[in-house]
Design a protein around this ligand. Structure first.
Ligand code: 5AD
Ligand code: SF4
Length: 502
């Protein structure tokens, strides 16, 4: 595996260019609309694209009709995600006809997968940029705006040359961050690796996100240090198989456990999470690091996908149910109280009722904190699509999906009940969706935050608590949310609320 060497120098250069660009364009602010579908990796990519375009003088607007540049950052993991983008592109067709000067771009996984086909199907599109080429966007937009015609920038396909060449064509996109662009100034995603080499037979990710490449620890550390300086308190390390992280440094391998120790030492950072884990790489060293490092969240997302060995073999997941079970027990033995979550695919090619029943049994036995359940969606270009027939009817997939979800929800709700009456340290993220919908009524508003184990907590508080870690007592719980109230402390005759200086 080659390591991604990305230096911060080019970004500094970009800042210089941005300053010049800003001088040129200050009189004419460009307006950007961006829509993102898909995973946290995509959310981070969009954040970084927006930050780099802000440096070029763009400002964000809320709807496509207000924008000069309209970008869609796409996902191709399931057909449904692609359909959403094509409908969005359909909706802005008339807008483009009326305003041909507006630039429409498709970024991300679907861009890499479909390339020129996107323009064939949606001729209103001017720009197609794969996830390994996002750093080119400011230049490409300038070229299109000055009459350079349509642009397609994608990385090499996985079979088109030497591994080194292919790796080089997927650049880890991690320019300097812009704190204004994060969804919350207190939390940030940090990419520690790109790509995937696991090639599960159902999955398009290895083709569209390229080979597995880990970023240098010193680059990750300096990014996290910068985030901490800007007031960020929680970082979530991202990788398709984040616990496969491996970087050669001074003739030794740095693994995720080592990286956690290094990031743990950074002052100002209070919480470290990481997603998504690959079951086979859940090493003892990693679990011990999670156990021993107080800032490290004992929340572990380790997708199993199926409870049937026959299906796991067809999926080429690389483990059996017994091996997953062994790993699961190891997690709980090493990290007592760990919150483990999983992903499942139902209706994979050839999945019988008996296979599905084995998945149900695994869900009942494991009692995951929660599970994401997906109906299998055949992806052209994967081994699964090539080798197996997508033979489970959609009604059956839907039934299995609903059944599994119901079982998981009942477990999540049951397992949340013992939390009632207990207090947890909650990092307050901001106003809840409900309070965002309501007009301001006074100093008290409904807030939402998360426990160290990633449980969502809703409670009443004040604006000033946003971004703080405060104790909250749980009063009620359902499958997905805990409802609480701030812990108060009695001092003499007075009652005051912790962490709320007036
Ligand atoms: N169909 C349905 N679900 C899929 N996933 C990945 N590929 C597919 C597919 N072709 C699911 C897996 C993975 C999650 C991110 O998406 O469960 O863990
Ligand atoms: Fe896809 Fe498997 Fe890689 Fe996860 S590990 S991104 S499911 S190929």
């Amino acid at each position: 595996m080659k390591n991604v060497e990305q230096d911060k120098k080019p970004s500094r250069k970009r800042t210089g260019t941005a300053n010049q660009a800003r001088q040129v364009t200050s009189a004419m602010t460009k307006r950007l609309y961006i829509e993102t579908v898909g995973c946290q990796m995509n959310m981070l990519d969009s954040e970084l694209v927006v930050a780099s375009l802000r440096h070029e003088g763009y400002e964000l607007v809320a709807t496509p009709d207000l924008a000069d540049t309209i970008l869609y950052n796409t996902c191709s993991v399931r057909q449904h995600a692609e359909d959403k983008i094509y409908s969005a592109l359909g909706r802005i067709k008339d807008l483009k006809r009326q305003h041909p000067e507006k630039i429409i771009g498709v970024l991300g996984c679907m861009a890499q997968k479909d390339q020129r086909r996107i323009i064939k199907r949606a001729p209103q599109v001017d720009l197609v940029v794969g996830p390994g080429q996002l750093h080119q966007i400011p230049r490409l937009l300038n070229e299109i705006a000055s009459g350079g015609g349509r642009k397609i920038e994608v990385s090499l396909s996985r079979l088109s040359g030497s591994r080194e060449k292919i790796e080089q064509s997927f650049e880890s996109y991690d320019p300097l961050r812009d704190p204004r662009m994060r969804p919350s100034p207190y939390q940030a995603f940090v990419r520690i690796m790109i790509g995937c080499d696991k090639f599960c037979t159902y999955c398009i990710v290895p083709s569209v996100r390229g080979p597995e490449q880990s970023r240098a620890p010193r680059h990750i550390e300096s990014e996290v240090r910068q985030l901490a300086d800007e007031g960020c308190r929680e970082v979530t390390l991202l990788g398709q198989t984040v616990n496969s992280y491996r970087h050669r440094e001074n003739s030794r391998d740095v693994r995720l456990a080592d990286l956690l120790y290094r990031l743990h030492a950074i002052e100002g950072i209070d919480r470290i999470k990481f997603v998504t884990n690959y079951p086979r790489d859940m090493s003892d060293e990693l679990l011990e690091a999670v156990r021993d490092l107080p800032k490290c969240s004992p929340y572990l997302h380790v997708p199993v996908q199926s409870g049937s060995n026959r299906i796991l073999r067809r999926m080429k997941r690389g483990y059996t149910v017994e091996e997953y079970r062994e790993m699961y027990c190891r997690i709980h033995a090493t990290v007592p109280g760990a919150a483990v979550t999983s992903d499942f695919i139902v209706g994979f090619c050839g999945e019988t009722e008996s296979d599905f029943e084995q998945t149900v049994a695994l869900v009942r036995e494991s009692r995951f904190k929660n599970s994401f359940i997906f109906k299998y969606s055949t992806r052209p270009g994967t081994k699964g699509a090539e080798r197996f027939e997508d033979d489970v009817p959609d009604v059956v997939k839907r039934r299995r999906n609903n059944e599994l979800l119901e079982i998981q929800n009942a477990i999540s709700e049951e397992d949340n009940q013992p939390l009632v009456g207990r207090s947890f340290e909650v990092l307050v993220e901001g106003p809840s969706k409900t309070s965002l919908r309501q007009p301001e009524t006074g100093p008290v508003l409904q807030l939402v935050g998360r426990t160290l184990c990633d449980r969502i907590v809703v409670f009443d508080g004040t604006q000033r608590q946003i971004g703080r870690i405060i104790p909250v007592r749980i009063d009620e719980a359902n499958a997905h949310t805990l409802f609480g109230s701030m812990v108060t402390r009695h001092v003499g005759p007075e009652v005051y609320t912790l962490n709320v200086p007036d």
